[in-house]
Write a protein that binds this ligand. Sequence first.
Ligand SMILES: [Zn+2]
Length: 380
Amino acid sequence: MPQRITNLEEAVNALDAGARRTFDRLFEFTVGEARVLAPKAMEDWIAKAFAYLAPTREEILSAIRRQKIVHVVNRITGQGTLFNAIRALRPIEAKSADDVQKEIRDAGARCPICGRSRCSFCNVEQLTPENDFPGGRIGKKTCANVAAYDAWHGLVIFEDHSPLHFRTDAFTVAEVADLLATSRAWAEKVYAADPDARYFFLMWNCLWKAAASIIHGHAQMTVARKFHYAKVERLRRDALDYRKAHKTNYFDDLVRVHDALGLAVRWGAVTALAHLVPVKEKELVLVADRFDSPDLAPAVHRALKVYARLGVESYNMAVYMPPLGKADPVWESFPVLVHFVDRGSPGAKTADVGAMELYTSSVVSSDPFDVAAALRRMGK
Ligand SMILES: [Zn+2]
């Protein structure tokens, strides 16, 4: 039987002594059951709305009656996730996939008079602002954000208008390599213009569910001044405390535990983790030793191919890394971490995060063991 997050206890009990010690240092978890007592009048609705759960009415009703909940917490970082698989396809009002494609096409439609695309990102040089450093842009690919998050904020605008380009066979490793190189060149320009701006952050919000306000595919870059963004700095300190307490590297142990549970895959020098405490659905984390690793672009490309195969349309990518400039001893052994998270159907009206995610533990329906199986299916 395939491993499930609901059987985490068995998986942990099966670890060898060394891996078990590392797991216990990093994680704790509880397994509970939500008992849901539906009145007779609800049963027809439940049987229909949750038909994906089981073949028979009685099995569906029984699955709703007793719902297994697994709560996993990373003891070092405080990240936490509540898993309940039955939430996966719970009834949510949604637009159809055709509506989403039409919305993307409409945003890039050409003006019948001048013939130019209405999309500002299809007209980078004419309709986007520049950053305030020599040259203002990297090639014709970057621009400044018209409403900046931070003192240094830029965008890499993709050649292809459709943000769903990553789901097509035309999407290449070379495009990812170009994104990584362009964003890094942008950050180096910023650092040359402002030596306090060392803390580079690269992100990619794909479609409105992931907070993109412009449909045309683009990634974003910021460089923090004086200190890193709060969550990156928090992780650095947590990893440092861990090293002091246990005389071992936190990130190596994180990979070791995922590996021992069957949640890690090696893609050259990059390790892909199906995260045991995902921030939200289907979270993947790539762990690389450096940003310019030749294996990083192929791994990012593969991760997005995995997402395409899993039916993901809207997602966030977020890259953590040590600061720009010469090696800083307080960041020693902090790797490059590339996070991907599925933000749900672009057609869904509800937000995928609520008070639970913002203030407690994330509520997640996707199973990391399923995500790991998808990673393995991509091959080496
Ligand atoms: Zn466009």
